[in-house]
Design a protein around this ligand. Structure first.
Ligand code: PXG
Ligand code: PLP
Length: 445
């Protein structure tokens, strides 16, 4: 450690903070702190510039500390810090909602604001239950998720989610009426697919099996990530999402796309729903909605869903749900500036333009030690490694540590390296990202 490094760390008492999703004791013994950021780079506590290969965490899609967003937040903080959103509101949330529905799939024209992806998921699940109830189909209560799904960490999200570690500690299935579709990852058939794999639309047919088991009259909604991110970058097989949509329509089941990572350009269109040509009934989003500068999420719903609630006496509250910070002025200001910046700089189009170059970069890693699959879409890469026998995740985590030593931030989940840079990335930076991964793969245990 350098002197500067030690000085900063000496000022910090690391003990009181319980760090999320982190090996706390290991981290505190060997801390990695980020102290500043600009565009594609972080500054680490030892003064090094770190190339951010993961846009914060699938979130800073326009690059770090972008001036128009910084200015909008400053201006808002000086003029209106907070106003309740309950029976009152402030203009920013309306402006943000109006901007947002300009880029959503056709017919998805209302949004309920929350503060994170986890809250977006719990809100969407609650809207699904309440929607059926207001329409006189209150028996529809089963919520269907998918194995290897990640839907945040709320009780609803972990119940429909399919990440074992996130569930087992809390006694597995938590909501009383939940079931799961099988995941679609099929290495034997689909390894090294460029973009969507050919095989696997049939995995959607399991929904018919669940309908036969529970009966459609009891099923409220299906929630899936169009591209699973946190569980290792799993792309939907060709025709899979279409088939899910057909089966949901046939049985009156709502389809929810969790677009917390795929939203806001990541796959080359505003939403993955547009990339894959399938319109769900609800979309959950968060992260890049504000370029991650202020926490904010949303549930985007079809007009029919919103309208179903707008019945009964006009003085009655239609949905008994909301957060103190729903539509928070600071978050709304950040969202407006972010959505404007995406548009002004054509950043979603830039993803589509860069995608072929990115894809070639990803697949140039074929044949390197430990690599067993390469997956890509838009500006997302999944590099799956063979795990060290008996030590799952250890090899990928070592890759993460070595990349950080080389000044590049990557993310690993299980034994998969996931890359998801900001859309302002230059080709030379893409080259550096894959070059670093290449060098590391050659030296990993
Ligand atoms: N749904 C999806 C699809 C997500 O990816 C959430 C919900 C929850 O959002 P919040 O804002 O409550 O964290 C997410 C979050 C990773 C990683 O390593 C991804 C997420 C969170 C933490 C780690 O890929 N995504
Ligand atoms: N707990 C208590 C005691 C509260 O009063 C509130 C909100 O008023 C909450 C939890 C929920 O907090 P939030 O609205 O920020 O989700």
């Amino acid at each position: 450690m350098g002197t500067r490094d030690q000085e900063l760390l000496q000022q910090l008492n690391l003990e009181p903070l319980w760090i999320p999703f982190t090996a706390n004791r290991q981290f505190k013994a060997q801390p990695r702190l980020l102290v500043a950021a600009k565009d594609m780079y972080y500054t680490a506590h030892d003064g090094r510039q770190i190339l951010d290969g993961i846009a914060g965490l699938w979130a800073v899609n326009a690059g770090h500390c972008r001036q128009p967003i910084v200015e909008a937040i400053k201006k808002q903080a000086e003029s209106l810090d907070y106003a309740t959103g309950f029976q009152m509101h402030s203009p920013g949330a309306f402006l943000a909602a109006d901007r947002l529905v300009q880029i959503t799939p056709k017919g998805m024209d209302h949004v309920f604001f929350v503060n994170s992806g986890s809250e977006a998921v719990d809100t969407a699940l609650k809207i699904a239950l309440a929607y059926h109830r207001v329409r006189g189909e209150g028996t529809r209560r089963v919520l269907i998720g998918r194995e290897r799904g990640y839907h945040g960490v709320g009780f609803g999200g972990i119940s429909v989610g399919g990440m074992t570690a996130n569930r087992k500690t809390f006694n597995g299935q938590l909501l009383p009426a939940v079931d799961h579709l099988p995941h679609t990852h099929d290495l034997a058939r689909n390894a090294y697919s460029r973009g969507q794999p050919e095989s696997g639309a049939h995995f959607a047919d399991d929904l018919e099996r669940l309908v036969a088991l529970h009966d459609a009259s009891n099923i409220a909604a299906v929630i899936v990530e169009p591209v699973a991110g946190s569980t290792g970058v799993l792309l939907p097989p060709k025709g899979y999402l279409q088939r899910l949509r057909q089966i949901c329509d046939k049985h009156g089941i709502l389809l929810i796309f969790d677009e917390v990572i795929t939203g806001f350009g990541r796959t080359g269109n505003a939403f993955a729903a547009q990339t894959f040509g399938v319109t769900p009934d609800m979309i959950t989003c968060a992260k890049a909605l504000t370029n991650a500068a202020v926490p904010m999420g949303g549930v985007i719903v079809k007009k029919e869903i919103y309208d179903a609630f707008m019945q009964g006496p006009e003085s009655a509250i239609e949905l008994y749900h909301g957060y103190t910070y729903s539509g928070h002025p600071l978050a709304a200001a950040a969202a407006i500036a972010t959505l404007d910046l995406f548009k002004a700089e054509g950043l979603f189009e830039r993803v589509a333009e860069l995608a072929p170059y990115w894809e070639d970069g990803v697949h140039s890693l074929k044949g390197l030690p430990h690599v067993i699959d390469l997956r890509n879409i838009g500006l997302i890469a999944g590099i799956e490694l063979e795990g060290i026998p008996g030590q799952p995740t250890a090899r990928a985590f070592e890759a993460f540590l070595r990349a950080y030593e080389k000044g590049v931030l990557i993310r690993t989940t299980g034994d998969t390296i996931a890359l998801s840079p900001s859309f302002i990335i230059e080709k030379a930076q893409i080259d550096r990202l894959f070059e670093t991964v290449r060098e590391i793969l050659k030296t990993l245990p």
